[in-house]
Ligand binder design. Structure first.
Ligand SMILES: *Cc1c(COP(=O)(O)O)cnc(C)c1O
Length: 348
């Protein structure tokens, strides 16, 4: 028997727009975005450009489109993009860089999703006729499949400086950049300094139904607009969606700290269980992974949790992912941890 889902920890994309957010959307002044006439979208773009300390920004339907348009602008066919092996751009975008920009990935093996200047330099190709051209380094803040870890501003500064010396463009997949900013107690711009392109997702922890905003120099955003149009990402009365983003930037950023505390709480509550490996100290934002061994498999746990109205993600047979967000309270997290504990206890 599957109960109705009460606590959904599969992803921070499962949030529903709140009544206050919907009210803001309903009353948004709108116009034709393609013509640059939607005042609410223009306001959101300006807000995000300021937040990331970039010259300009553009509203897009999704984070995936932000990544793909960035690569389309930064790369020529035959180029290579340096990124962590477990990065979203490598593993979760349908090989978009190859299919659209004609670029291939140069994955760095790093379970945490973090890497340093040495790793980047080791991944560079020598400039020979038969070699791919190294043209972009892409980082993910926070590292999703790496467990929601935060790149330090120092490491990013070293990376962008070295990248510039080597003639690489720098790109930040900032799907959860604001989680990093809140966790580190630093403004988002401390992390985006020196990057040629960076974006934030509105539909993850910020709780909006749709949207992402890509930022960069004026020239970069002008080039991005050509691709936005070509790919069908140019919109009309998008202010209805952008209003949700403006609402979220006002109301849903500081509260990300609650999601981080809840993720750590979940880890602490299940840390002692047999055949479950999780390190609460390593939970710094809203994502955590649970490694299973012995008699435990993800499928059986998912089924047992479903009967109690709880969902967590199964990444593989032995690996599960928990993501906290604004639609899950501390009480919900405690309920989920109790259900998880019962499921494990029944299986061992
Ligand atoms: C979700 C996610 C994306 C893609 O964003 P969408 O808005 O779902 O297209 C890209 N990168 C990371 C790290 C993500 O978590």
């Amino acid at each position: 028997m599957t109960a109705a889902i009460e606590v959904d920890l599969v992803s921070d994309t499962t949030t529903r727009p709140s009544a206050a957010m919907l009210a803001r959307m309903a009353s948004a002044p709108v116009g034709d975005e393609q013509k640059g006439e939607d005042p609410t979208t223009l306001a959101l773009n300006e807000e995000v450009a300021g937040l990331l300390d970039m010259e300009a920004a553009v509203f897009l339907p999704s984070g995936t489109m932000c990544n793909q348009i960035s690569f389309l602008v930064h790369c020529r066919p035959g180029d290579e993009i340096i990124a962590a092996e477990n990065a979203h751009v490598v593993a979760s975008e349908g090989a978009g860089a190859a299919a659209l920009a004609g670029a291939q990935m140069r994955p760095i093996s790093t379970p945490s999703g973090l890497f340093g200047v040495c790793d980047m330099v080791a991944a560079l190709r020598s400039p020979r006729m038969r070699s791919p051209r190294s043209s972009v380094v892409s980082v993910e803040q926070t590292t999703n499949r790496g467990g929601g870890l935060v790149w330090s501003a120092e490491t990013l500064g070293e990376l962008t400086e070295a990248a510039r010396d080597w003639g690489l463009a720098t790109h930040m997949d900032g799907a959860r950049l604001l989680n990093a900013a809140v966790a580190a107690g630093k403004p988002a711009r401390a992390f985006t300094r020196g990057f040629d392109s960076a974006w934030i997702d509105l539909s993850k922890g910020l709780g909006c139904p749709v949207g992402a905003v890509l930022a960069g120099s004026k020239d970069f955003i002008e080039a991005a607009w050509v691709w936005k149009h070509r790919l069908g990402g140019a919109m009309r009365q998008s202010g209805v969606l952008a209003a949700a983003g403006l609402y979220a930037l006002e109301h849903n950023v500081e509260r990300l700290a609650e999601d981080h505390a809840n993720a750590k709480l979940f880890a602490e509550l299940v840390a002692g269980l047999p055949h479950v490996t999780v390190y609460p100290r390593e939970v710094v934002t809203n994502i955590l992974f649970l490694e299973l061994d012995g008699p435990l498999t993800s499928g059986e746990i998912v089924a047992a949790l479903a009967a109690e109205g709880v969902r967590i993600g199964a990444e593989s047979d032995r690996r599960m992912r928990v993501v906290t967000h604004l639609d899950v309270s501390e009480a919900g997290v405690r309920k989920a941890a109790e259900a998880f504990t019962r499921a494990v206890t029944a299986l061992v």
